[in-house]
Design a protein around this ligand. Structure first.
Ligand SMILES: [Zn+2]
Ligand SMILES: [Zn+2]
Length: 309
């Protein structure tokens, strides 16, 4: 029986905090999208890994964060453009809702304030502060996060994750690991003809962390391509996701979908997810697939690893 995992990068405005022109139309719907996604998980009983930006757990802040090595400069937008945009910066009740849901979701870390881990300014000291400040703000929830999703999926400083007790992270999908040209060709082929996102296997990396590759980004096919595809009938992402669930059922592999709650901005987006969640719940009900969080996958992977004295 195959396994299906869903991970979400729960960040409200933080994914665009340091971009020149954040997509405000999308971000203005971020709280709505978050609630829609959580309700879908409730309705179909789908446990999900919520990789939360730690800053969301705060009720308020001074916008300076003097205790952070990147300090006031890094957080300037909190004091200027976004000074009155609480709903882009804070969401403790949204995090509460996830943790108090009937479904047993996993709280994972997506860092404290979403810096790119691969840029020069993100030093070891910055990463340590990002990890410890995440821990400080999530401590109140009584949760010890052991799964990590890197901001922008830019993987670096893994040894510092080990130091803080993390056990796994979301790795790039096998197609993201290809050369750009090959990747573009494959993406094009996938969008126009076959719907076969990769099935993957978790593996233990050279730091002893479980790398859990992604299979399919659920909002990776937007714009005019999507509109044309919808006109002719089937949402191609729904087709790919259902194809992935069906294919993984006959294997011992993993099918790992991911998205941001702030991708969900319209009822058509909710329909897309509902078609997938419904299919997944039925496949699980029929005993054809397991649905697991990243933390559960890592636990099993580490338990299966032979121990050498
Ligand atoms: Zn702040
Ligand atoms: Zn992110």
């Amino acid at each position: 029986m195959g396994t299906v995992c869903i991970s979400v990068d729960a960040e409200l405005g933080w994914g665009f905090f340091d971009t020149a022109e954040p997509p405000m139309g999308r971000l203005n719907r971020a709280v709505w999208g978050w609630n829609q996604l959580r309700e879908l998980c409730d309705r179909y009983g789908i446990p999900t890994t919520w990789a939360v930006v730690g800053h969301l757990c705060l009720d308020d802040c001074d916008g300076v964060h003097r205790e952070h090595p990147l300090g006031a400069e890094r957080f300037e937008r909190e004091r200027t453009e976004w000074s009155t945009r609480q709903s882009l910066r804070f969401g403790p009740s949204l995090v509460d809702d996830v943790l108090s849901a009937d479904v047993d979701h996993e709280l994972a870390s997506h860092s404290f304030s979403h810096p790119d881990f691969t840029v020069e300014s993100t030093t070891d000291a910055v990463v340590r502060a990002e990890l410890s400040q995440f821990e400080a703000v999530t401590d109140d929830y009584g949760v010890d996060a052991t799964s990590f999703v890197f901001p922008r999926n830019h993987i670096a400083h893994r040894e510092l994750l080990v130091d803080r007790g993390y056990r796994c992270y979301r790795d790039l999908s096998p197609t993201r690991q290809l050369e750009p040209l090959a990747r573009r060709q494959l993406e094009k082929l996938r969008q126009t003809t076959i719907g076969s996102p990769p099935l993957v296997r978790p593996r233990i990396d050279d730091h002893g962390l479980v790398a859990i590759p992604a299979s399919l980004y659920l909002f990776g096919f937007e714009g005019c391509g999507r509109n044309v595809a919808e006109l002719v009938g089937t949402d191609p992402i729904v087709r790919q996701a259902i194809g992935g669930i069906e294919r993984v059922a006959a294997t011992d592999r993993l099918f790992h979908m991911w998205l941001h709650p702030n991708n969900v901005t319209t009822l058509a987006d909710v329909d897309r997810l509902e078609a997938i969640w419904q299919h997944l719940a039925a496949a699980r009900e029929a005993g054809r697939v397991d649905v697991m969080t990243m933390g559960e996958i890592a636990r099993d992977e580490l338990a299966a690893e032979p121990q050498y004295a």
